[in-house]
Write a protein that binds this ligand. Structure first.
Ligand code: T5A
Length: 212
């Protein structure tokens, strides 16, 4: 395939089913002959994975909201430098589990940090690089938390109260509404077969849009 390399992200609350969906998108793109790199945030590099452990673990419970925000962007700067920009420059597509929309949703919506401050950091760290396509797996907060419960010891984010996730979901949905060309919203409250069927159609539409 000769299309311009695409940067695709997958977003959603805990228990939305990102892991399964990412695997399905990856398989469909590879079948279409696309060379891609799959990665995740926070993380995706050795430094980023260490920052992820700081952010998700409980060693620093109660860290300042601004510390959390800056650590997200520090990990992202490294990720862009080592993985995302080099892949796109080499013509490879990038499929990333979460990116800056998660920062708007969790640190902006959830923590209440001013969105304008997040936008300033976004410009500083990313320049004009933004995802081309974003799949948002949307489902009611309670349903996602119930699915996620019992998988393992809850991380620092999974321990937040429901109101935190309500605000994060509202932010995700508002962003999707304001950028309909970039976002594809998947109803993740359906069973797995239903979610995968929506996804297959959506990825096929994306492939048709970018052309051979
Ligand atoms: N974060 C991240 C920020 O605060 N700011 C940022 O800028 C960034 C980048 C990262 C955390 O960091 C925060 C957000 C997160 O809290 P993570 O591991 O990426 O952590 O996020 P999680 O949401 O915790 O990811 P998970 O892998 O744990 O959740 P998934 O992938 O959405 O859920 P998944 O696939 O594991 O599914 C959960 C369970 O539900 C079942 C699955 O089989 C599984 O058992 N399931 C379904 N069951 C029925 N029907 C369906 N449709 C189902 N889909 C999945």
């Amino acid at each position: 395939m000769t299309q311009i390399a695409r940067f695709i992200t997958v977003e959603g609350l805990e228990g939305a089913g990102k892991t399964t969906v990412l695997n399905a998108i990856e398989a469909q793109l590879r079948t279409a002959g696309i060379d891609l790199v799959t990665t995740r945030e926070p993380g995706g590099t050795p430094l980023g994975e260490e920052v992820r452990a700081l952010l998700l673990g409980h060693k620093h419970d109660g860290m300042a909201d601004d510390t959390e925000l800056l650590l997200m962007f520090a990990a992202r700067a490294e990720h862009l430098h080592r993985v995302i920009r080099p892949a796109l420059a080499a013509g490879r597509w990038v499929l990333c589990d979460r990116f800056t929309d998660a920062t708007y949703a969790y640190q902006g919506g959830g923590r209440g940090i001013d969105m304008a401050r997040i936008a300033t950091l976004e410009d500083f760290v990313q320049g004009d690089l933004r995802p081309h396509h974003t799949f948002l797996l949307d489902l009611p907060v309670r349903q996602g938390l119930d699915r996620a419960a019992g998988r393992s010891e809850p991380d620092r984010f999974e321990k937040q109260r429901e109101a935190f996730f309500d605000a994060a979901r509202a932010t995700y949905r508002a962003r999707a509404e304001s950028e309909p060309g970039r976002f594809r919203v998947i109803d993740a409250s359906q069973d797995l077969d239903g979610v995968l069927a929506q996804l297959k159609t959506s990825v096929a539409a994306l492939l048709a849009e970018v052309g051979p």
